[in-house]
Design a protein around this ligand. Structure first.
Ligand code: SF4
Length: 953
């Protein structure tokens, strides 16, 4: 396979031999220089002085006394000029995007040698156009007229007036901006190009006089400055040109790929033709993939199919969408050992971007009070879980996160976070926006370096992360300098927005060397290079050619008239990149994303459509299909394998553990066997999360806590009506007890004020407690027998044909005694009721209104009876939502069957209850009873396992 740059290297050597030292070979980009140097060195067998190898921009900037400013710096200088000249009152962050756009326009104006005074003239008076543009082509004047006709006084709208107001200030802004930059020795790229044009014109022979001959290699679209410089050097016999093209598109005057090359050959003829007819036998295949990532997943098979016998150096993966870089790198087969990445990768997609956001959010939400500085728990957790932090201090991060969750801390005191040198920087007391981010990021880099020095000398993943960080530190430093120089004070909100805008523009320039292995590159990096095998991803319309960003204040018509680049210009450039790649390659695979999700059109690039109907390319088009499986989920039914049965038996039957089945465990089984399996057999605990608001469980716990606190001094004693009234009248201070319960249950005894809706919640608890006490006055006098004590017992059931004792147990909220009757009492803060359809319904898997609270209380009765042999027992329920009702009763009422009517004694229903209970217990241990998901999807609504079951509710 012939290679363009190799041919040039060979010809230069054969024509000039050893006398290349005073030659300069100029390329479109750095990548071409690296490849050219490689090819040249492969052809050299004896020492020689190398020619100077330059990109066009390094050639121009190398001759200038001006230094190209960094984007942040330039936008800031422009902001200052614009504020003064344009009388604008925007903040710097609001101006930033507009500043970048204006800078781009000034860049184009200079590169295309446009007179800004002429361009930015208000020509609403059409007659002036002929006077001002008399020397121009008639078509150009017609375009200018067409544009300004819209601005006739009769046509004027508010928007047009606003446009003109800005438009008229731009010549002065341009002039002042250039003046200020020059006085500081700074410039933007176009400004340097224009300056160099003046210098070359003044002395074509004297410009870079140490160079005898310039060789311009592999260019396509040249701007006006470049053309002028090439023209001046040519006139003084100091330039040669080498164009790379295929006659296929060159000779077809309608073909956009040859648009610029035709102009170049006319203006700057070459001595020898370097074109190559497209290699015959090139196999082109086009694949449609159903998603972005599916494109990357095709790579292994394409590599194995086409590259297996080739040197990997001859293969390039070209990404029209840089976002695919990570999926591509993760999809490469292990057989590919060396990978060389050359492309710009947006910082936006790296972990640095998220860390900076989290750090700034942390300080945005911090508060300072008498107890010191506190941070919001979510910000702290996000930072501690960030890969850069947890990698370096996993134990410290873990211990803080655990403490936050265990103690339900909503605000974290800074002093408790200073566990290491990185945390001290992150959770700094003084947030200085000139140094904060740099300090934290530099510390992360230092820690990565220490790690590598100690453990792993050359960890490529850490090195990559370091590169990400370095690429941000530079613009951050520039912003700091600007802030220092100007005394600019940015509040954290403004700073946050500005940093975000800056970060979104940062592109990390990956440039791999040496040139070994598979090349992964962006489209721009392919200029002048040739590869035998090409895999081209995201060959979609909108990616190649790229959709116009529309970032210009100069209207399209005026751009066209003044010869500034437009969309057509960019389409021709991309067409050239596309067709040039096909000139010498042997295997080319294009992949495009055919999905129409979101804003995607799923269309292949127009260039692919062109080759589809061009038989010369004989491209094969294929659809790729993947078996898309739904997200993995647990089956509806878990098979009762010996392992599962053994797990259940060993928990409750084998006596090896002290575990027992509680009423809530049995209720869970009856409600959903799968939930029982997750919680009790598989031991899947619900993730402990920090509660920002009191949930029903926490509310119930608080209420239980207060009731226990009130009656605890009376255990074993008889409480009279008067005693309860004393409690009610305030001696025990119910409000304080409610507050104490709130602090214990919700705040996990952390210090802090109870404010806002939490105050309302404590007052609701106090009211409910008061109401329970009032209900108790009606039952008094009674003796408190026990409070929240644990009772254990057992029930016999048939398990696998044998009679087994099944251990049962639970904590009973309260047992009291009055007139010889023991009340087994349960407080409920939910929507429970004392109505029971019939006792059998308590064991009915399909019963929608099954009374689980009644089941629980009856089981407690059984446990208490087994422990005490007391027969006179009454189940009692305090559903506190109903306790305010006039007709409130704690006595269960059975509608049908055994015990029908008010349930005054457990004994009345005991036999039926035990019969149902034994049946359920047998089911739990019966291998023939499947463990399956409930058929009532309403139960899944608040189930913590609904993600596992894929139950969308
Ligand atoms: S999500 Fe539904 S089916 Fe799954 S365990 Fe929970 S209640 Fe059962």
């Amino acid at each position: 396979m012939r290679i363009f740059l190799k041919d040039i290297a060979s010809d230069l050597l054969s024509e000039y031999g050893n006398a290349l030292a005073d030659h300069c070979v100029v390329f479109p980009n750095n990548r071409s220089i690296l490849f050219f140097r490689k090819y040249l060195s492969e052809l050299i067998y004896k020492p020689l002085f190398m020619p100077s190898l330059q990109t066009i921009s390094s050639l121009l900037s190398g001759q200038s006394n001006l230094k190209e400013g960094e984007p942040v710096q330039l936008v800031y200088e422009l902001y200052k000029v614009y504020t003064e000249t344009g009388n604008m009152k925007k903040s710097f962050d609001e101006f930033y995007h507009w500043g970048e756009m204006l800078l781009g326009d000034f860049n184009d104006i200079d590169k295309y040698l446009v007179d800004p005074d002429l361009l930015f003239t208000n020509l609403a008076d059409i007659k002036e156009i002929d006077q001002k543009f008399g020397g121009l082509d008639e078509n150009v004047i017609a375009i200018i007229k067409q544009f300004w006709t819209n601005f006739e006084v009769s046509n004027m709208t508010g928007e047009k007036k606003d446009f003109l107001n800005v438009w008229e200030t731009l010549p002065a802004v341009y002039r002042n901006f250039n003046k200020i930059l020059k006085s500081k020795g700074l410039a933007y790229e176009g400004m340097i190009s224009r300056e160099q044009v003046e210098m070359v014109k003044a002395s074509p022979a004297g410009w870079k006089e140490e160079i005898h001959l310039f060789h311009f290699v592999g260019f396509n679209a040249l701007n006006k400055c470049e053309k002028t410089i090439l023209g001046e050097l040519r006139k003084s016999d100091r330039a040669k040109f080498y164009w790379d093209y295929d006659p296929y598109y060159l000779n077809n005057r309608d073909h956009e790929a040859g648009h610029f090359i035709r102009q170049n050959i006319d203006e700057f003829p070459q001595e020898k033709e370097y074109y190559l007819n497209r290699e015959t036998g090139c196999r082109i295949r086009v694949y449609s993939a159903p998603s972005e990532v599916a494109q990357a997943k095709l790579i292994p098979s394409l590599i194995n199919d086409t590259v297996v016998n080739d040197n990997p150096n001859e293969t390039a993966i070209i990404l029209a969408d840089e976002n695919l870089l990570v999926p591509v790198l993760n999809s490469l087969p292990e057989t590919v050992r060396n990978i060389n990445v050359t492309m710009g990768y947006p910082l936006f997609h790296t972990p640095v971007y998220s860390l900076v956001h989290q750090l700034l959010r942390l300080h945005k939400n911090r508060t300072e009070g008498t107890g010191g500085i506190t941070f919001y728990y979510n910000d702290v957790i996000n930072i501690l879980q960030h890969q850069y932090v947890i990698f370096n201090f996993p134990a410290d991060a873990g211990s803080v996160i655990n403490e936050i969750r265990e103690r339900n801390l909503l605000r974290i005191n800074r002093n408790s976070l200073l566990l290491n040198e990185l945390f001290e920087l992150i959770f700094t007391d003084v947030f200085n926006n000139r140094t904060y981010l740099q300090d934290v990021l530099s510390k992360v880099v230092e820690l990565f370096e220490d790690y590598q020095a100690e453990k792993d000398g050359n960890n490529s993943r850490l090195k990559l992360q370091q590169e990400y960080i370095y690429s941000l530190i530079l613009p951050l430093n520039q912003l700091s300098l600007i802030m220092e120089d100007t005394g600019m004070c940015l509040g954290i909100d403004l700073y946050y927005r500005l940093i975000d805008r800056i970060m979104r523009q940062v592109i990390i320039p990956f440039s791999g060397e040496p040139l070994q292995g598979l090349q992964v590159m962006g489209i721009l990096e392919t200029r002048s290079l040739d590869f035998k095998n090409i895999i081209f991803l995201s060959a979609n319309e909108g990616k190649i050619p790229k959709s116009p960003a529309g970032n210009s204040y100069i209207p399209y018509n005026l751009r066209e008239a003044f010869g500034l680049p437009t969309i057509r210009h960019s389409d021709s450039i991309f067409a050239y990149y596309f067709y040039r790649l096909l000139q010498r390659a042997r295997n080319v695979s294009f992949i495009y994303n055919s999905s129409t999700d979101g804003l995607r059109s799923g269309e292949m690039s127009r260039f692919l459509l062109q080759i589809k109907y061009d038989e010369k390319y004989a491209a094969a088009f294929r659809n790729t299909r993947f078996n898309i499986l739904p997200a993995a989920r647990v089956k509806d039914r878990i098979e009762r394998t010996p392992l599962v049965n053994e797990a259940i038996s060993s928990l409750y039957l084998d006596g090896g553990t002290s575990k027992y089945l509680s009423p809530s465990g049995i209720n869970t089984w009856i409600s959903c066997k799968m939930k029982f399996y997750y919680r009790y057999i598989a031991g899947l605990q619900e993730a402990e999360e920090v509660l920002e608001e009191v949930d029903p469980l926490a509310f119930g716990n608080m209420l239980h806590h207060v009731m226990k606190e009130i009656y605890f001094p009376y255990v074993g004693k008889v409480l009279s009506k008067a005693d309860i009234n004393d409690i009610l009248s305030g001696e025990a201070n119910l409000g304080k007890m409610a507050e104490k319960a709130f602090r214990k249950v919700f705040m996990k005894n952390s210090p802090g004020e109870i404010r806002g809706k939490n105050l309302v919640i404590t007052s609701i608890i106090e009211n409910m407690t008061r109401q329970i006490l009032k209900a108790d006055t009606k039952y008094a006098p009674f003796e408190i027998v026990s409070l929240e004590e644990n009772y254990k017992g057992s029930v016999t059931a048939r398990v696998n044909g044998m009679t087994r004792e099944i251990p049962l147990g639970g904590n009973i909220d309260r047992i009291d005694r009055s007139l010889g009757v023991h009340r087994i009492l349960d407080y409920k803060s939910g929507a429970d009721s004392v109505e029971i359809k019939d006792i059998d319904s308590l064991f009915d898997y399909g019963e929608k209104n099954r009374n689980s609270a009644a089941f629980q209380t009856l089981l407690y009765c059984e446990l208490y009876m087994q422990n005490t042999e007391v027969n006179s027992l009454r189940p009692s329920l305090y559903p506190v939502r109903k306790i305010f009702d006039d007709d409130f009763s704690d006595i269960f009422s059975v509608k049908n069957g055994e015990g029908r009517g008010s349930l005054e004694s457990y004994a009345a229903v005991r036999d039926t209850f035990l019969g149902g209970l034994m049946k359920i217990l047998s089911d739990i241990f019966n291998p023939a009873v499947d463990i399956e998901m409930t058929s009532d999807s309403q139960k899944c609504r608040y189930c913590p396992y609904n993600m596992l079951c894929n139950r969308k509710v």
